[in-house]
Structure formats: C-alpha cells, structure tokens
Write a protein that binds this ligand. Structure first.
Ligand code: ZN
Length: 599
C-alpha cells in the first residue's frame, strides 16, 4: 500500500538535485537458508549512508491482513552489528521488538541475525527441508521512522532449490534479486523458495496472472486454471479496473488460511481433495476471496488500515466491510464466473446465516465491535466459554451485505447495487483521494448510491437488532424459511470427551437443556446417573436418553467440591434458513434476482 507519501525523499531529492553532495543511502538484505532442516533463516542487512549516533532496528508485531499480534521479534537470535572496518558495534534492546545499535556515525552498518522458524503457517515465516516461506514482517527488521526507504533484497536459496515465487519486482540480470520501493511493499510481498511448480499463466486485459506453488497435489490443472481465469475476470468486471502490473497466486502447501496482498496472495492449498465438488468449490471461493481482497481491503479500505502501525497494530470498526463483504463477493464472483449453480450460491449464504443465527453472541456483540475486538477475540470470535458472547464478522458480514445489496436494488428500481458502492469507494478514495474512508464517508457512500436513508440497515452494523431476512429477500423474489422446526428424537445439547481416565464436557449448545442446567465446556464429569463417569458410559446414556427422563450428573466445580445437575432431554427446535425462489415473482423481483445472479 503505497500511501506513505515520501516527504523525506522529496526533500532528499531536492537537496541532491541542487547540491548533490551526499552519498545516497541504501538498505540491502541478504537471506540465506543453509541447513534448512534446522529451521533458521540467516539474514544480513547492509545499511549504507545512514550516519547517526545510534540506529533503532525494529521488527513488526503483526503482518497486515492477519489482525493478531504474533511477536515475531522473539524468534530473532544471534544479532551482531559491525561497522565498515568490521569492528563490532554495541547494541541494546530498548523494547521487546527494538534493537538500538550504537553506530557512532559510521557510513556503513552491517547487521547479521538469525530468525528461528517454528510453525508452518501463512502468517509466520517457515523453512524446512522441502521449502522456505519468507513472511517478510517476521524476517526483516526496519529502521525506525524510515519505513519509506527503498529496499534491495537478495535471496540465496538452498543449493537444491531453483525457484522463487513473489510479487516483488526483480532486478534484470541479477539472479534472485528484488526491489521494493518501501517497507509497506516489502512487508506485503512474501517469498516462496523451493522446487516449485508453475501452472500456465493467463492474461486478463493484457495483464499476466501466474499460479506457482509447492506440492500442489493431483488434480485437473487445465480445468482449474480455466476456472481461476473466469474468477479473476468476474472480479475485474465488478470494479472495472486492474491496478497492478502482474499478479501471482502463491500456494504454500497444504494447511489453512490465506493472506491478501496488493499484487499477490499466499495461501494453503491442496489440490488432492478436488475430486469432491464441495472441496473444489470451497477452494475456488477461498481463492476468489483472497483475490477480491486486492480491491477490498488493500485498496478499498478503512482509513485506519494505512499507513500501518507495525508497532501496535491498526484497529478499525470496519472489518465487516473488508472481511465480511469479501466473503460476500467470493460467492458472487464464483457464481458470476459461471462455475456455481443458483442453489450452490444460496446455500453458501445459508451456511453463514445458520452459523451466525445459531450462536448466542448475536445477542451481545455488534458487527462493529467484532471488527474492533478481533485483536483480542480472534477473527472467529473468542474460544472457550466466552465464545457465547462474540460473533464472527465472516458470518454476519456477508449476511448483512446481502440485505444491503437487495435494499439498494429495491430502492433504485434495480438501477444500482452494492457493486456501485464498491466502485464508488475505489474511485473516490483509492484512485482520487489516495486514502481510506472514515465511517461517516462509508455511510454516505452507501446512502448516495441508494438515493435514500439506510439508517435502518446500518443498525444491523451498530446494534444487535434481529436481522429481518424475509423482508429483504422478498425484494429479489426469494423466500427464506425462518420458521422453527421441531426435530424428532431427544436432545440434551452436550458432548463429552475422555482424557487420562477423566471425563470432561467437550461442548454445550447455547440454551440447550444441558446449558440451562448449568453445564459448561471444560467441566469435569464425576458421575452420571449415580455411576462413576467414563466416556463410554456417558455416550451409552446419551444414545439411549428419552424425552423428559432426567439424566443426573455430578460435576466437579472450582472452589467447591462438586454439584449435581439435572438434565431433562427435549425435542430439538431448529431454524433451517433454507432459501428458495418464490412461485410467482413480479417483474421487479425477477429483474433484481436476475441481475444479482448475473452481474
Ligand atoms: Zn479475508
């Protein structure tokens, strides 16, 4: 995100062009990975022309796109600083992520350090015998207040590896040598090194898109690239502009998660499970999500998400736009690409609605709060007992996006849609004003497109008001089943697990008979129906339970000895949220549905 206007470099440029005396400063990193099985990166940083009494070198505490503090600094070891004569320079830690090197006005400072890698994950650097994943925010120290300085990067792959995949520009004629105009771009451009496979590239509007990865698995590569091309095309058709010169999909091996970047994305990938259609569609949705992010969050973004605060993290109340609407568009894009059916699209939305509606967090936490609290709660809400008080913007976000889209289409006689809001935000804030938008600006963008107040709809963002799905779905001639169904068979609402001869409550459904009796996840079960609890006994009793027939449980409680709980199984009540087209839609309903499906 090139938003850090380089005021200093303008001054520097003026100064140079008039007087031209000073030697230009430069920063060059070299990364080696000898003995990759030991899981270390060896980093050298050569700083030239930065004459100061001391230099503060810092490691980011997070990587943009993954809104959690990851404490990369703790993996830095064996740091050594020398001047141009090779003399060792003193340094001290002044914060957990800051190394102060007393450089005594040296023209050249060389830094060498190791980065220990512990976990193969999309948001952490990792190297082993098979490949190296350089997650820049966890590998490269920056110089305090010099984030806008250009960087050169030399990768020295282990001898057995021949390829490097990255979104960075390479320097012609120099092998594995790359440049970044500033640290925002460097931190936005992971590198994958190894025995990589590149699938056939494709062009959209004259611009090359590549797919490179490690251990991709066995699948129909030709069909996959055809589908990926359609997905990119459908995304570009929504915004109408491609802002990068090249784009690279980088598959880092099997595992969860993906992170979006300006001209690339890195993600876990396993083509071996594509033989099941639902796995294939899930992967295409996921790739559409990460790709659409290059618009929504990297360029169409909340004002707080740039310039990034690498020291503290950047909090915003608008992740429901950046993440929630990226889920919304992952479904829309794959549908408009002609890959999924109408039923698959509606079922995808149904999945998020069920996930949101069946958790009690909806009564306590708003979309705005979930966005803001993600740094402490995690992106899917808090785990453990507190999970009952939080929501996921990945679930409520797309549901609210759908209500907004149908409302805008209805209010404008289907002349405008959520796509117009996204296009407006892109043009007005990314292209024209070159910044993010505030909450007030976001709201007026929505309302200007709709041509009317959306105060009622914004309450779904700022309050825990119950979502009125039937009203909005009806605008598109869709019916959603919100009636309560009574399921056959008895239901208690809890499960157990056994660990080292003890039995614990594994999960409790909110407001189930078990919940209402006071059972909670993690509690130890001492007895069930007056007998010593074992996992086997509990499961036998649960599978033979009867409606209204009490299950007696003795639970160990902290501070107290134990307590008896009485659970009375009932019939389970559930809402399916099945979505179907209505039988005789009128013309406006037909038009809204058709244009929503086709774009
Ligand atoms: Zn995302």
């Amino acid at each position: 995100m090139k938003t850090r206007t380089s005021f200093l470099s303008i001054i520097f440029f003026l100064f140079c062009s008039v007087a031209a005396p000073a030697q230009k400063s430069s920063l060059t990193y070299t990364v080696k990975m000898d003995n990759p099985e030991w899981h270390f990166f060896h980093v050298q940083l050569s700083c030239k022309g930065i004459r100061k009494d001391f230099i503060d070198f810092k490691m980011p505490v997070w990587t943009p796109g993954y809104y959690q503090k990851l404490d990369y600094a703790k993996n830095v070891a064996a740091l050594k600083a020398t001047d141009e004569t090779g003399k060792e320079l003193k340094w001290e830690k002044t914060a957990d992520n800051t190394w102060r090197v007393f450089s005594n006005n040296s023209n050249r400072v060389n830094l060498a350090y190791e980065v220990k890698t512990v976990r193969s994950f999309v948001a952490t650097p990792y190297v082993d015998d098979n490949r190296a994943y350089i997650l820049p925010a966890g590998v490269f120290l920056y110089i305090d207040k010099m984030l806008d300085h250009p960087v050169q990067l030399i990768i020295v792959p282990d001898a057995k590896w021949k390829r490097v995949a990255t979104g960075l520009d390479s320097i012609a004629g120099k092998k594995f040598t790359y440049t970044a105009p500033d640290f925002d771009i460097l931190y936005d451009s992971p590198l994958l090194v190894g025995d990589l496979e590149e699938l056939p590239s494709f062009k959209i509007r004259g611009i090359t898109h590549r797919f490179i990865g490690y251990k991709l698995g066995d699948f129909d590569r030709e069909q996959f690239i055809l589908d990926l091309k359609k997905i990119v095309e459908a995304s570009v058709n929504i915004i109408g502009h491609i802002p990068y010169k090249h784009y690279t999909f980088i598959a880092i091996g099997s595992g969860p998660g993906g992170i979006e970047h300006l001209n690339n994305t890195t993600f876990g990938f396993n083509g071996a499970n594509f033989n099941k259609r639902e796995n294939y569609i899930r992967t295409l949705h996921f790739l559409a999500h990460e790709y659409f992010h290059h618009y929504n969050v990297k360029r169409i973004r909340p004002i707080e998400l740039g310039p990034f605060d690498y020291d503290k993290g950047s909090r915003t109340k608008m992740l429901w736009i950046s993440e929630g609407l990226s889920v919304y568009y992952e479904y829309i894009v794959v549908k408009r690409a002609g890959i999924t059916t109408d039923a698959e699209l509606l079922n995808a939305f149904r999945g998020n609605i069920v996930a949101f509606e069946n958790k009690p967090g909806k009564l306590y936490q708003t979309l705005e709060q979930a966005s803001y609290e993600t740094w402490s709660d995690g992106p899917f809400g808090r785990t453990g007992d507190e999970v009952n008080k939080t929501i996921s913007y990945y679930d409520k976000g797309p549901a609210v996006g759908l209500l907004f889209d149908f409302k805008i289409r209805q209010a404008t006689s289907n002349k405008k849609s959520l796509d117009d809001v996204m296009r407006f935000l892109y043009k007005e804030y990314y292209q024209k004003k070159k910044r993010g938008f505030t909450e007030t600006e976001l709201k007026s963008a929505f309302e200007n497109v709709a041509g009317s107040s959306l105060a009622e709809e914004f309450e779904y963002v700022t309050t825990t008001k119950v979502l009125n799905y039937p009203k909005y779905f009806n605008y598109a001639g869709l019916n959603i089943d919100t009636s309560i169904q009574v399921l056959p068979g008895p239901y208690a609402g809890f499960t157990v697990r056994e660990r080292e001869d003890s039995v614990f409550i594994a999960a409790v459904d909110y407001e189930s008979p078990a919940w209402n009796a006071g059972l909670r996840r993690g509690q130890q079960v001492l007895e069930i129906d007056w007998q010593k609890a074992t996992g086997k006994l509990c499961n036998t009793i649960l599978s033979n339970m009867e409606i209204g027939k009490m299950i007696k449980m003795k639970i160990a409680l902290p501070g107290k000895k134990s307590e008896y709980k009485n659970i009375f199984p009932v019939r389970k009540k559930e809402r399916t949220f099945n979505i179907k087209t209505i039988e005789n839609p009128n013309t406006p309903q037909k038009q809204i549905l058709e244009s929503w499906l086709k774009g």
